[in-house]
Write a protein that binds this ligand. Structure first.
Ligand code: PMV
Length: 305
């Protein structure tokens, strides 16, 4: 069985989504691929190592697989621990393959919900954003209410999220990776401290930028969307999750792009630039010390062969 799932970037709304504001993410054309074979070993293995050493895979197998041991090989274009959804892609690709092996009827909703269960069990307070976008592909808005393009809803511990499809045209994004590990839980805690001290104004502003940003992208107004991305970045900076390394890559990308922002939790990880000159923007990011990835929307979500 071979399965795969895409990476994701957050275009607008990270952190504010924790307080119920909308978050817009897009799947990009970097993928994790998985091949699963039945094996005669005593324990299931991932890339030759016991599955017990890989918490996400271990949990997915515990939840979904009662059969014989499995031999799993993975390969990925997605840089790990960079905020691009490498673990979510791995989880949803595993779940889809196991459901197929169990001859279960596959639906995106089921895969995304189970994927979230696995991430939640392993990481604690995850939001269902990553597993939903890596399952569905294209772009989604995670929101507190149903929007046009509603796909499914997810509930956990009294919290409820609505996953809505966003129909965006093609555009170029350059991802700049700082090479530094971010640490989502730590950044979420930092923002909580900020909100307790200064209130919700910036969170609300990010929510408004996200709503407006989604509309600009849907009508193909890249100039406006880029401006809003840069505004979103400045608001994230005020929340305290920007770093000098991310800022250096954002500054380097701005002269050749419509706008740029950190993407994901911050504190390290990646930034993104919306650009019509991807080659020039990528060069500028590399010259500033980042690793650049030229990406576009990936319409295909999780796939099983
Ligand atoms: O670290 P990432 O890319 O998965 O982004 C986390 C996004 C946050 O809004 C900071 C947290 C969340 O769970 O939504």
């Amino acid at each position: 069985m071979i399965s795969s799932a895409p990476a994701k970037i957050i275009l607008f709304g990270e952190h504010a989504v924790v307080y119920g504001e909308p978050c817009i993410s897009m799947a990009v054309n970097l993928r994790t691929t998985l091949s699963i074979k039945r094996s005669v070993q005593k324990e299931s293995c991932v890339n030759g190592n016991p599955v017990s050493a890989q918490p996400h895979m271990k949990k997915a197998l515990e939840m979904l697989w009662k059969g014989e041991s499995l031999d799993i090989e993975t390969s990925s274009d997605i840089p790990p621990a960079s905020g691009l959804g490498s673990s979510a892609a791995l989880v949803v690709a595993t779940i889809a393959a196991l459901m197929k092996m169990c001859s279960e009827e596959i639906s995106e909703e089921k895969i995304a919900k189970r994927g979230f269960d696995v991430e939640y069990a392993v990481q604690g307070s995850a939001s269902p954003n990553d597993t939903s976008i890596c399952t569905h592909g294209s772009a989604i808005m995670l929101a507190k209410e149903k929007k046009e393009g509603f796909l499914w809803e997810i509930e956990k511990d009294g919290r409820k999220w609505f996953i809505n499809h966003c129909d965006f045209p093609e555009f170029d994004i350059v991802v700049g990776h700082t090479g530094i590990r971010g640490g989502t839980a730590e950044q979420v805690r930092k923002v909580r401290g900020f909100v307790e001290m200064h209130g919700m104004d910036i969170i609300k502003d990010i929510g408004e930028v996200a709503e407006e940003g989604a509309k600009s992208l849907a009508r193909g107004d890249l100039r406006k969307a880029g401006k809003l991305m840069t505004k979103n970045h400045r608001l994230l900076d005020m929340l305290g999750v920007n770093t000098p390394q991310i800022q250096r890559l954002v500054d380097a990308s701005l002269p050749s792009s419509y706008g740029a922002k950190l993407t994901g939790a911050g504190g390290g990880g990646c930034m993104i630039a919306l650009t019509e000159n991807p080659e020039e923007t990528a060069k500028a990011i590399e010259s500033a010390g980042g690793k650049a990835y030229r990406v576009r929307v990936e319409r295909r979500g999780v796939l099983v062969e």
